[in-house]
Design a protein around this ligand. Structure first.
Ligand code: KG4
Ligand code: ZN
Length: 356
């Protein structure tokens, strides 16, 4: 059995969790999130300086609460984990410094976790978690990627967005429609009563220099522009926008593109298991269409539990436990934070000397 306290402050959610592993299964003893969404909504997006300040205010109480709720003291922990990359530098610092200080004070190891490795590990918190090899569709506010995870745990990126991430497209289109921030949940709600076939929108294929298309890559900037043109045209013709139909048509085309390219990638690579994680994986239409179409093609699908799709600390704890299970892991206490760091170099976070 291993026990970790995990902290996450890479963007606009302050989060803490205590996660344990028993006989190869992860169990969340307590997980708390303090969202700053309402504060950032006033500005239409995340304001980094406000985010850092709110993390400093919120994190100590969250740590106390999750330790209380799980009945665990810091001295009993096998490690303290915190997200150290990628994300907003000032925001990352809060969990990183808090985690390192707790670890140093109590003589526990510190594990600096890669945020995307956390999203990938969120699927281990599902009732039935898959065994590699499988293909992961990671869809968040900052990333849209298809990643093959091998039996050894090695990861290889097979597809990516060439411009906006899917979540970013949701956020930008929501702003265009005047639906507020964050865009994903706002669009999902308005789209419920809409007609997803009313507007025909582009699927954003990415050309290859030698001709043809990248079969597993994405582009959402053309879709965003098409939404803008449609809205401008409608505004010129009528006073009130058909918001529900616009939101539903947008959500439908994003779901179509993600489902079709992910399944094609899985089948082409002989992978019969697909995993979906990240904030956009919370989307109801995407969840149901991915499940239905994967089933129809005999591909098994596991989607991260709804509570662990958007940013949370339990997934950071799950990633730390997976590292602990594989090797003796202890990041340097000197490890800083990095706003950018590729997922395929996540292992370097555990090297001596540290990479940053
Ligand atoms: O994973 P996440 O919490 O943070 C990042 O690491 O980026 O993802 C946040 C993104 C935002 O862009 C948000 O609009 C989107 O996930 N999102 C959704 C939904 N809930 C959150 N997108 C579509 N449908 C949702 N229900
Ligand atoms: Zn995230």
């Amino acid at each position: 059995m291993a026990l970790v306290l995990a902290l996450e402050t890479s963007c606009d959610e302050s989060a803490a969790a205590v996660v344990t592993s028993r006989a190869g299964r992860w169990q969340v003893l307590s997980s708390r999130i303090a969202s700053q969404v309402e504060e950032h909504a006033r500005w239409g997006g995340v304001v980094p300086e406000i985010a850092s300040r709110r993390h400093v205010e919120a994190l100590p109480a969250l740590v106390e609460t999750v330790l209380d709720e799980s009945g665990v003291s810091v001295g009993e922990l096998d490690a303290v984990a915190a997200t150290v990359a990628p994300g907003l530098a000032g925001a990352l610092m809060v969990a990183s410094v808090t985690g390192r200080s707790l670890a140093a004070l109590h003589g526990r190891p510190f594990i600096g976790v890669h945020h995307l490795e956390g999203h990938l590990a969120s699927v281990q918190l599902a009732d039935r978690s898959p065994e590699p090899p499988y293909l992961v569709l990671l869809v968040s506010g900052g990333h849209t990627e298809l990643i093959r995870v091998d039996r050894s745990g090695d990861m290889l990126r097979l597809g990516r967005s060439h411009d906006d991430a899917a979540g970013e497209a949701f956020d930008k289109v929501a702003r265009l429609l005047g639906l507020g921030y964050p865009g994903g949940p706002a669009i999902q709600q308005v789209a419920e009563s809409g007609d997803p076939q009313r507007f025909s929108l582009p699927k954003g294929r990415v050309s290859r220099p030698g001709g043809g298309f990248h079969p597993y890559d994405f582009s959402f900037s053309g879709l965003k522009t098409a939404m803008l043109r449609t809205v401008e045209k409608l505004r010129a013709e009528q006073s009130e926008l058909p918001l529900a139909d616009l939101a539903a048509s947008f959500e439908q085309v994003v779901a179509d593109v993600l489902v079709q390219r992910a399944l094609r990638c899985a089948l082409d690579h002989g992978l019969d298991q697909l995993v979906m994680v990240g904030g956009v994986a919370a989307n109801r239409r995407l969840r149901s269409q991915m499940t239905a179409q994967a089933e129809a093609r005999k591909v098994g699908v596991t989607i991260a539990p709804l509570a662990f799709c958007t940013d949370n600390a339990a997934m950071i704890g799950a990633a730390a436990l997976a590292r602990l299970a594989r090797t003796v892991t202890d990041s340097s206490l000197e490890i800083g934070v990095a706003p950018r760091w590729p997922l395929d170099r996540a292992s370097e976070l555990y090297k001596t000397p540290p990479p940053f």
